[in-house]
Design a binder for this molecule. Structure first.
Ligand SMILES: NC(=O)c1ccc[n+]([C@@H]2O[C@H](COP(=O)([O-])OP(=O)(O)OC[C@H]3O[C@@H](n4cnc5c(N)ncnc54)[C@H](OP(=O)(O)O)[C@@H]3O)[C@@H](O)[C@H]2O)c1
Length: 293
């Protein structure tokens, strides 16, 4: 039976992967307490002990703004750990599926980013994630680096959609940034895509980067408006009456973010033989799931 080691099992994508990966084999799910990515010894010891066939690394330091002042920690988790995981995977002949981000790009393009496009992160988080990719490419043998973007889900500690629901209960008006665009992506769709990739790829040979997000493009403002519209339809108790579009300049944050963060999903769609679900359909499904619980 295939043995899959999952890191970051308490995260948004990690929790969804614990469900979607079930048909593929035995899952050894590890959270931060069971496998701490800041400890190279711990990483080596756990991988040697478990001897997985596949490693899915969904753990990451994901606090984009905090990373600006905690660069060493972010670098340890996002930059160094993936290289060590890749090295250990190579030693035992395991396949590595690693998750990366749209923030490896600077957002100056105006057509969807391809897997082959030049990377140029503009913040610490993106720099650390790019270092992780490069470490895997250098140390790894068989792997997929799956870049995704703008992730929200029902599980994990929090995300933009959940923040909107909380603020929408408390406030009548909100100003939300409208000059950053990307593709909001449901963590469950990422988990499903990873699972399908692991069944459809030739794991004996693959060393590739793929992009996956939900399809379509939206700004944070669009995502907020859509969240409130769908949630209201479902009967969420919301106080919000008006959402105002604001600029990035109106809402300064410690980390710079790309203005254009759209990833081309063509390569992944070709592999899986289908297009990614439209972001608004997935948002509705996620909110339905959240509302039921
Ligand atoms: N969130 C986004 O918008 C976004 C966008 C693009 C790409 N991604 C990528 O997608 C992947 C999954 O992200 P996500 O949204 O599921 O993130 P998440 O909900 O923040 O989950 C990340 C998990 O990693 C764990 N973690 C943090 N430091 C760790 C350490 N030192 N050792 C072990 N585990 C540690 C966290 O543990 P705790 O629960 O204990 O904190 C958390 O459970 C990541 O690679 C991320 O970079 C995310």
């Amino acid at each position: 039976m295939t043995k899959i080691l999952l890191t970051g099992s308490d995260g948004q994508v990690g929790q969804d992967l614990q469900q979607t990966l079930i048909p593929l084999g035995e899952i050894v799910a590890t959270n931060r307490q069971q496998l701490d990515l800041t400890s190279p010894n711990n990483i080596r010891q756990v991988i040697q002990e478990i001897q997985p066939d596949i490693i899915v690394n969904s753990a990451a330091y994901t606090a984009v703004d905090k990373a600006e002042s905690e660069a060493d920690l972010a670098f340890a988790v996002n930059g160094i750990a993936p290289a060590i995981i890749a090295e250990e995977a190579k030693k035992i002949g395991a396949f590595l599926l690693h998750i990366s981000t749209d923030y490896v790009f600077d957002g100056t393009k105006n057509t969807p980013y391809l897997e082959t496009d030049k990377t140029h992160p503009i913040g610490v988080y993106g720099q650390t994630k790019l270092a992780g990719e490069q470490g895997i490419e250098k140390n790894g043998d068989r792997y997929v680096i799956l870049r995704t973007a703008w992730v929200y889900g029902t599980e994990g500690k929090g995300n933009f959609v959940k923040t909107m629901l909380r603020l929408g209960k408390e406030k009548e008006q909100l100003g939300i940034v409208s000059d950053q665009v990307g593709s909001p992506t449901w963590s469950y769709d990422i988990a499903n895509t990873i699972t399908q990739m692991l069944t459809q790829l030739n794991l004996a040979q693959t060393r590739e980067i793929y992009h996956f997000t939900n399809s379509g493009v939206a700004s944070w403002y669009d995502l907020a408006v859509a969240t409130f519209a769908e949630a209201k339809n479902m009967g969420y108790p919301l106080k919000i009456k008006q959402v105002n579009p604001i600029t990035t300049e109106d809402y300064p944050t410690p980390a710079k973010r790309p203005h254009y963060s759209v990833l081309s999903g063509k390569k992944t769609a070709k592999l899986l033989g289908k297009n990614a679900p439209y972001w608004r359909d997935s948002l509705k499904e996620m909110l339905t799931k959240l509302y039921k619980n």
